[in-house]
Write a new protein. Structure first.
Length: 141
């Protein structure tokens, strides 16, 4: 496993770098946001649980190798932050770039932890969002 040399000062910085790397299909930049830990988890929409740095890297390599170029716009629905962890719940508006753009809404949860080398992602979970999920909740429980 390579050692991450980047320092992310906040969970928001990690999140921005994550989505920028996806749009550029830059595997090295994408993996630089992840904690180098076998306990990290990624769940792509419609797939099972992938754990461990090398397995997650391989899953993204296959996605990028497929040639699809994604454009992702995010809307944060909620965040929970303490000094050492952050949980972001958001809607990803995912578009496949090309002659005809197809879009889909994905409900995502990103979890970050802060360690001696700054903030890193430890979990990304994306699920296809029902149509009503793209709207802000009207009632809080």
């Amino acid at each position: 496993m390579p050692t991450n040399k980047l320092f992310f000062a906040s969970a928001q910085d990690v999140e921005a770098a994550f989505y920028e790397a996806i749009e550029r299909a830059d595997l090295d930049a994408l993996m630089a946001v992840w904690a180098e830990d076998e306990e990290i988890v990624c769940i792509h929409p419609g797939s099972g649980r992938i754990s461990g740095y090398l397995h997650i890297r391989e899953s993204w390599r296959r996605i990028f190798e497929g040639g699809a170029r994604l454009r992702i716009r995010t809307r944060v629905m909620s965040t929970v932050v303490n000094p050492f962890a952050a949980v972001h719940s958001l809607i990803e508006e995912v578009a496949l770039r090309g002659a005809e753009e197809a879009t889909a809404a994905v409900t995502a949860t990103n979890i970050y932890v802060r360690g001696p080398l700054g903030w890193r992602m430890v979990m990304h979970h994306g699920s296809a969002a029902p149509a009503e999920s793209s709207q802000a909740p009207q009632t809080l429980h």
